[in-house]
Design a binder for this molecule. Sequence first.
Ligand code: DAH
Length: 445
Amino acid sequence: MNTPSTILDAIPRRLHLQPDHPLLITRKLIESRFPGYKAHNDLFPIVTTVQNFDSLGFPPDHVGRNRTDTYYLNKSTVLRTHTSAHQADTFRKNESEGYLISADVYRRDAIDRSHYPVFHQMEGARTWDRSQAEKEGKSLAQVIWEDVDKIPKHNVEVEDPNPTNHPERNPLQSTHSAEEVEAIAAHLKRSLEDMVITIFNAAKSATDSTADAEPLKIRWVEAYFPFTSPSWELEVFWQGDWLEVLGSGVVSQPILNNASVPNRVGWAFGLGLERIAMLLYSIPDIRLFWSKDKRFLSQFSETAPIKRFVAFSKYPACFKDVSFWLSKNEGASAAGGKGAAPIHPPATTPSDSAPSTIVPPAAPAPTTPSFHENDVMEIAREVCGDLVEDVRLVDEFQHPKTGRKSVCYRVNYRSLERTLTNEETNELHERLRTLLVERLGVELR
Ligand code: DAH
């Protein structure tokens, strides 16, 4: 068990179901572009490691399984780290050709304005029945192409330079023909383009004051997920940068086979709702979604057009540093700043194992290194709640003689709702220092 009660307290919040909440509005806007897809918005966040990892073909040593990255309730039960945890069960129920799943997901991660240990994702999938096509005297590809024609057309520029499959980089599964995957990929891309263009056009009209702003541009890039092949990410050119908005791909056939629907084939996608809502409304800090302050909540309405969020105030920030020696035998690799620390599975970590094989369940969670940055983050959350804006590694030092390693983290304290007093931040920082020693066995400098 590595799940603090502050995280469990988020379970009943269900922000994606709260009337007039920006996450609900964003969810509904996306749902509106998938007519006929059945929406599941009420799935319970506590799942098994089989649901979250094994059923999706995650290898036993995948970093996402680490206790530093995932909240465990016991060794085989976790808070879901992604909505994909419900794919297998939803395919098994086989209630609709297309489905959408929106839900809260949980990850141990950095603290900054775009990361929060609880956030919301939407998963979607569309499958077809091979035997049904046969009965109609058509090929599967033909049936899918007929459905492609029903997707609304757009005239936005799309960069898509890669072939639909590539033997090494983005392979076809042995269970699919190239023609079938062409059709599935076309349906996937056209459906997701339609949705993303709808959202970003809404975001543009909310943010651009001038009508002749830069036209929307999107592009497909090759990707890797343990549960799809071939796979792609969709990126949007937004305020000067290419921004990743979703992951997608052709569903690994073993997932469907193991879900007792071996005749079905199709595609799936997953995206983060906060990220999209932040763009839509220009919301500057992810903590705001959890605010119960009327000055935040009153700015959003399901019936009004989307308009830019007006920050009600920017209260002063106050940063304080904490430096400490890691316990004696921590090697140079132990601390890891941003980038050096293992990154959670946006599931993109390439693996040598064939993506189409399902790994047998019940692999134990791998042992974790004794110091991980995410443990510092967790303690900061526990002590400060939403009063911490970000925590960053600002210095690292290795003693030339003893080889001992020292790190310095800068903790930025700021409330989104009021000005913090000096006393209050001093007290928080003192508690943080004490807890770092107690929990991590580090030595303060
Ligand atoms: N589960 C992935 C994540 O959390 C997102 C995702 C990628 C979902 C590709 C999918 C998919 O269904 O096909 O990063």
